[in-house]
Design a protein around this ligand. Structure first.
Ligand SMILES: Nc1ncnc2c1ncn2[C@@H]1O[C@H](COP(=O)(O)OP(=O)(O)OP(=O)(O)O)[C@@H](O)[C@H]1O
Length: 309
């Protein structure tokens, strides 16, 4: 994508957005609600026309792809004829796209719906609908998958399955997988790279490892110890920011590894040592704070301008 820009009337949804998604990895497309993710994906898939900029697959815009279903599979919104079985839904797509109808059963098996293929799609749970949508995207065995919030409605087991499945498609099969989400925690363990957008603009692009490196020490660490006061004294002497509230010691800007090592070196017994907030989540929050569509002042903030920043 290069220089993608799109307005809806007075609303500027996406501004000069450009990034590249590589094969063999899962890229997370992250941003708060209203950041412009869906609008971007719709432009990529030729469903809406950008005001300016281009989106291409190996240099070819979606509209010019000779065989789009074999190049790109997408899950944007999940709409099914409720009375049609999952299998028939897929067969309709196969016929429309000139694919053998046997593909329907192959993709049902791939997404774990083989036993439910004969049931009405209207009776499917939200998670099963997501799987059926994914199956539809896979019909043409495309090299690129574009998925808008595919974890929506999945239970923890479904999310774990999706995680493994997307990684398999990218890492083992070499496909290009772009997956949007407004929650970093939802895709944190799935994605290799992230593209973060806020208010329609690129905020950050890079590997998950880079983001993690930046997040090291950004969270807080909670410590329980029968010698908590002594440990607090030692850490204060080291210049470590902390708060001691009764028996609860909270340390900022250090990892659990660092605190553990310091306590061990001083012979301080620890009963609990855990990171309270994922530093990664904090970084994501800082990068996108105030850039969501429904950005509101934090509780207790009286600045009336806060909501619009
Ligand atoms: N068809 C449309 N007409 C008018 N405004 C639109 C339209 N589509 C999107 N917008 C606006 O463009 C902005 C970006 O919306 P978009 O749906 O792309 O964000 P998103 O990042 O996908 O959000 P979410 O995580 O909530 O799905 C929002 O302000 C939205 O209200």
């Amino acid at each position: 994508m290069r220089g993608l820009t799109k307005s809806f009337g007075a609303v500027r949804a996406v501004t000069d957005l450009g990034f590249t998604v590589e094969p063999g990895s899962v890229t997370g497309f992250l941003g708060p609600n209203g950041a412009g993710k869906t609008t971007t994906l719709r432009m990529v898939l030729g469903l809406i026309t950008p005001d300016s900029g281009t989106a291409t697959f190996d240099g070819v815009p979606y509209a010019a792809l000779p065989d789009p279903i074999r190049t790109v599979g997408a899950v944007l919104e999940t709409a099914f004829h409720p009375a049609r079985s999952g299998r028939n839904h897929l067969r309709v797509y196969c016929r429309a796209a000139g694919l053998p109808v046997e593909r329907a059963d192959e993709v049902l098996l791939q997404v774990g719906l083989a036993d439910a293929g004969g049931r009405r799609a209207g009776s499917y749970s939200l998670g099963m609908r997501q799987r059926l949508a994914l199956a539809t995207a896979l019909l043409g065995d495309p090299g690129v998958l574009v998925l808008d919030e595919p974890a929506n409605g999945l239970d923890p087991e479904g999310i774990q399955w999706l995680r493994g499945f997307l990684r398999h498609l990218a890492h083992d099969q070499g496909r290009t997988v772009l997956v949007s989400s407004h929650l970093l925690s939802e895709v944190e363990q799935t994605v290799d790279r992230v593209v973060i957008v806020g208010a329609g603009r690129l905020v950050r692009e890079g590997s998950m490892a880079d983001l993690r490196a930046g997040a090291d020490g950004a969270g807080t660490v909670l410590v329980r110890s029968p010698e908590v006061a002594r440990l607090a004294e030692l850490l204060r002497a080291d210049g470590v920011p902390l708060t001691l509230d009764g028996a609860a010691l909270t340390v900022t800007g250090r990892t659990t590894d660092e605190i553990g090592a310091r306590a061990f070196a001083a012979g301080v017994e620890l009963h609990e040592l855990r990171s309270h907030t994922s530093g990664l989540e904090e970084i994501y929050f800082q990068l996108t704070a105030g850039q969501g569509q429904f950005a509101a002042p934090s509780p207790g903030t009286t600045d009336p301008e806060g909501a619009s920043r």
